[in-house]
Ligand binder design. Sequence first.
Ligand code: NAI
Length: 711
Amino acid sequence: MIDYSVDSDGIAVISWNMPDRSMNVLNNDSIPAFAEAVKKATEDNAVKGAVITSGKPDFIAGADLEMLQGWNGAEEMFENGMELQMMFRAIETSGKPFVAAINGTALGGGFEICLACHHRIAADNPKARIGLPEVKVGLLPGGGGTQRLPRLIGIQAALPLLLEGTHLNPAKALKAGAIHAVVPADELLAAAKKWVLVAGPEDAVQPWDKKGFRIPGGAPMSPNGMMTFTAGNAMLREKTNGNFPAALNIMSCVYEGCCVNIDNGLKIETRYFVKTCSSPEAKNMIRSLFFGIGNANKLASRPKEFPTQKFTKVGVLGAGMMGAGIAYATAMAGIDVVLIDRDQAAADGGKAYSEKLLSKAVGRKKMDQAKADAILSKITTTTDYASLDGAELVIEAVFEDREIKADVTAKSEAVIASDAIFASNTSTLPITGLAEASERPANFIGLHFFSPVDKMPLVEIICGKETSQETLARSMDYVKAIRKTPIVVNDSRGFYTSRVFGTYVNEGIAMLAEGINPALIDNAGKMAGMPVGPLALADEVALDLIYKIRNQTKVDLGDKYIPSPSDDAVTKMVEDLGRVGKREGKGFYDYPEGGKKHLWKDLAAQFPQLPEEEQPSVDEVIKRLIFIQSVETARCLEENVVTTPEDADVGSILGWGFAPSRGGAISQIHTTGIATFISECDRLAQAYGARFTPPQLLRGMAEKGEQFYTA
Ligand code: NAI
């Protein structure tokens, strides 16, 4: 677990090496073992000082979140938190020099151990990440990070690292003053030991324990500090709308903790740590952003009985916006790509997209030219389907037209092996119908990417009626290979993500049609934690596309079509007003060239607004915008469109930006409580329409006292 040895110079080496784990983490086994080793080193008179390092390629990945989930109640959390603080404090007040030999990634609690050491040396490994990323899962550093980092590098420099959870590589960490030196990897241990050997008594005292210590750049009450916190609080509010208590608590922690001495600062931090851990936001984010996405990335739901498929060659049909992105993502994973379009120029245009992204990466020094060239050379452009020979997978991203898709399916199947997979990136056409054009419907599947492909991490995998489990398993292997996150859904109109995403946009438009102030609608969307308000989002998607898909749905469903209260408003915008959205510079908003978008000034005249006293509260608008998505997601679960709450949550956050602090569309129901959610939805259905009526699935769960999640 923790290897302990003392060399002939009296230097103790405390090396983290947890068995059966690729990464060291702070948990119920390792923390006591580490504490024991620290005690040995500090109490043994023969030990001059100590090096803390790791026997694995990385240093320490942070605290084990399962351990945090297992702590019961605020009291236990506070006690455990303070115990950890005291142990780290014992390192820095031991009177012996402690040095961290940071051989690889050191995050969260791992980096906090380093901060508690008197000296920090990192191996020159540009892939190593150093930082305090707790905020990303709704937590705050509880091992002294909010106290030591500002005291080390100044409040102004520390706040962004704490509030954004930014990782630094060793060179950047050195520049930021967070570590003292970077040395070649094979010299790390020797350099650390040397530092201990030459360290004098002064070196074994932290700056903040020295007489007359001042925080670099000034304490919170200094003129500098006041400015930092005034501006910082305003910026935080603008960015987060108060949806992330962790960020707010980090601010408070730094402010309050830096007004007092380190010992009291650490106590303040532990109090905020407990408060933050207990918040529903932290529970939601740990559940969905950490465990949910983590399990999806590990392909937890992949059918196990099929061997993992390695991909060497993938065909991409259609070199437009989506095809170009898919080709790029595939080549980046080291897979050969054949990119086909109707003419050579169009195919080349698709490859040029990769060239643009790669040269940007080279320009920003994120990649060297040789690597960029190697990736680009993976993409071959052509119009000739014969080049697909040998591809294990072909993905079509041609026009959204059944006939064209059927044509390219047949042309591909004439060339590719009988066990190759054919995938469609369709956004609206049911997979089972498209598979009718295939000779091998068991090998036919939907791989729904999101735009822009290079940035969006999700792939919605859609199984048609005939899709085999083996095709699903192998398709999941491909998604993993290109480092995206898969969720698995069953065929249905709009699949899962587009269907639920549509309810958010439609609810916003429905409210506009009811006479609710459009500024209230879009601000409420953002305050709810959605990245963009529903009206602005409708403009971005394009109102004419929403109109077109709606009309197609009407044709396809006939009598079964359920009109949406947004229908008339969409028709009016497109047919009567010719305002189709951002693309044309006019939709619900105006987009002046070179200027900032603003709500169209005639919107109120076109959609007469209720008098001020009849406008709903912002809370009611938020509830409508969020609950409509959750209730539709519950319907998708009931209909087996999406099959697990985890996939529903991950898909909602990564697919359309459902408020992450709410943990996803199903976590929202879990946090509200199923019974409360049902009664609120019943009320909303009474007030605004049957679309809010909760599905039987939820009523049944409430009756039986069932939950979606245990934590
Ligand atoms: P696009 O219009 O940018 O690109 C389509 C490309 O397919 C064009 O380059 C066109 O020349 C080519 N093409 C058309 N017929 C062809 C044929 N017979 N053989 C070879 N190439 C042919 O369209 P986009 O946006 O890339 O969409 C492609 C597909 O992806 C559509 O099915 C769309 O519904 C879907 N999709 C689009 C998303 C988006 O945000 N645009 C998101 C997810 C899916």
